[in-house]
Design a protein around this ligand. Structure first.
Ligand SMILES: [Zn+2]
Ligand SMILES: [Zn+2]
Length: 291
């Protein structure tokens, strides 16, 4: 697979200890992860364009005027702004594919490879099959989801949006209760090129909430727009178990993803996405865990 050239800020110091030489700093600011140009590049005028944000290309042989194009510093800043607008939670600001550690190759290498291949091989404007990573908590599903969003934005300039399922539902419900309607939020989440949903199926899930999720997934399905998701619930047909029984962790006592989000949403996701189990050791039990 040929990777698109990773965009760098032209003014970066290659040996900068803060950014590692690409000019990118992603850090937690309040609730969200925000991307900045590293001070090694931002503290002086851009060496390519002297901060005009435009560069003149080579003079064509036919004597016409050399074309003027946007400087890489401008394109780099645009991608950083796009990453800040992806609404990655602040606690995921550090998550990349390189710092995801595989503790169990049998249960993690394939889902890791699928996420990474989608991120680097994404075709902007085309049809791209997403993924659903499911499995127990603490295996790094959310880390891989955030790493995928990061590469999609920085490498391809894709507009992506990360949502935590239960936060999304409460935001929609809040607007609905305030008489403002949920349509504006839903329209935005339908339109974005890639939607990453963390913890799909979590929460109490009222009939109204289920109808909203159905509408969101159906509209993205009809528009052939990529969905990425993580879930603690096993994809598969309905089992009839509606609520997780925390006191009884036998598999047959746990609801499936169909039980939680409805059969129609489940079957659309199964068409649009690679579905993979992500197992391995619980990151939260490990001494080097970051959260
Ligand atoms: Zn730097
Ligand atoms: Zn420049």
């Amino acid at each position: 697979m040929t990777r698109p050239r990773r965009l760098h800020h032209p003014g970066v110091e290659p040996s900068c200890p803060r950014c590692g030489g690409d000019g990118l700093i992603v850090e937690r600011e309040g609730e969200h992860a925000v991307a900045h140009v590293c001070v090694c590049a931002s503290s002086k005028p851009c060496p390519m364009c002297d901060d005009t944000r435009w560069v003149r290309g080579d003079k064509p042989p036919d004597g016409r005027k050399a074309p003027v194009t946007r400087c890489d510093c401008h394109r780099f800043e645009q991608r950083l702004a796009l990453l800040s607008r992806a609404h990655l939670p602040g606690r995921l600001a550090h998550c990349t594919f390189d710092n995801y550690s595989i503790t169990n190759p049998v249960e993690q290498a394939e889902p890791y490879g699928i996420a990474r291949a989608l991120a680097h091989g994404f075709k902007p404007g085309g049809i791209n099959r997403g993924f659903v990573l499911w499995g127990p908590v603490g295996r790094g599903k959310t880390h891989l989801l955030a790493a995928t969003v990061r590469v999609l934005v920085l490498e391809h300039g894709v507009e992506a949006r990360f949502v935590e399922f239960s936060h999304l539902l409460s935001a929609l419900k809040g607007r609905f209760d305030a008489g403002k309607g949920a349509a504006a939020i839903l329209d935005e989440l339908v339109a974005v090129e890639v939607l990453a949903i963390d913890e799909l199926g979590k929460g109490m899930l009222t009939e109204w909430e289920l109808s909203v999720i159905d509408e969101l997934v159906s509209r993205r399905y009809n528009a052939a727009r990529t969905v990425l998701a993580t879930s603690n619930y096993k994809p598969g047909p309905p089992t009839g178990v509606a609520r997780p029984n925390l006191a009884d962790n036998r598999p047959e006592m746990q609801p499936s993803l169909s039980d939680r989000v409805g059969e129609r949403v489940h079957s659309r996701l199964a068409e649009m996405c690679e579905i993979r189990y992500l197992g391995g050791k619980d990151w939260r039990q490990r001494p080097q865990a970051r959260w």
